[in-house]
Design a protein around this ligand. Structure first.
Ligand code: HEM
Length: 204
């Protein structure tokens, strides 16, 4: 798969599939199928979707390097934007249904509840990354600076996993999965950065 048409087709496929969970959520809400507490269900589902797409976007580069399929990089921006999109739906759900759009209640929540502060920080980091994800911004910032800025996505990942962890009261199995996946991706990234250099200096 190298043709521009193929890439475009896969992008459309990812975008359509990425939106399906939201469509299903909307449909089930409309049908009254979201259980006793629909808002809690929507908040939880959009939170999971944000985290899944965020971790998937972080997995693209390791996958590309391990498989040698360089075209995978062409889908990273879209997956990252899906993460940001679900993060926004998550925040909007919280702001409207949990806080009735009361800005001062939201600010004091950020101040008083560390898991809210962490969620806000994760999404706050993702905002400039989403804005600068276009080719125009890559040119404007220059490749090196753009890459440095976009490394902040790992910090967003750390904040997001901590946010998820702090919400749990008893069952930590999914947050543990989140921590392990994020740790594996971070360790791979550090290893990929230093391993080739270590190999080269050993040869020298
Ligand atoms: C990258 C950003 C974020 C990610 C990945 C994320 C992830 C999650 C996940 C996975 C859950 C589900 C937890 C569960 O049901 O076990 C959740 C719940 C929640 N999130 Fe987020 N979140 C993010 C940002 C935010 C923001 C910006 C806010 C609001 C300011 C927020 C507020 C909440 C609330 C209120 C809950 C429900 C907590 C509860 O059930 O008691 N999150 N989030």
């Amino acid at each position: 798969m190298t043709g521009a048409g193929d890439i475009r087709f896969v992008k459309v496929l990812i975008a359509v599939n990425g939106i399906v969970p939201l469509a299903m959520l909307g449909w089930d809400w409309n049908q009254g199928n979201l259980g006793a507490n629909p808002i809690e269900f929507i908040l939880s589902t959009t939170g999971y979707l944000t985290l899944i797409f965020l971790l998937l976007s972080l997995a693209v580069t390791p996958l590309r390097k391990m498989t040698g399929r360089n075209e995978l990089i062409r889908f990273r921006r879209l997956v990252g934007l899906l993460a940001f999109f679900y993060g926004c739906v998550h925040l909007i759900t919280y702001s409207i249904f949990d806080k009735s759009l009361d800005l001062s209640a939201i600010v004091s929540d950020v101040w008083e509840r560390p898991f809210i502060a962490l969620g806000m920080s994760a999404l706050g980091i993702m905002l400039p990354l989403a804005i600068t994800s276009t080719n125009g911004w890559i040119k404007r910032l220059g490749g090196k600076r753009w890459q440095k800025l976009h490394r902040l996505v790992y910090l967003a990942g750390i904040f997001a996993v901590l946010h998820f962890w702090l919400i749990q009261k008893s069952d930590f199995s999914w947050p543990i999965v989140g921590v392990l996946v994020l740790a594996a991706l971070l360790i791979y990234r550090v290893w990929a950065k230093f391993a080739p250099k270590a190999g080269a200096s050993a040869k020298a």
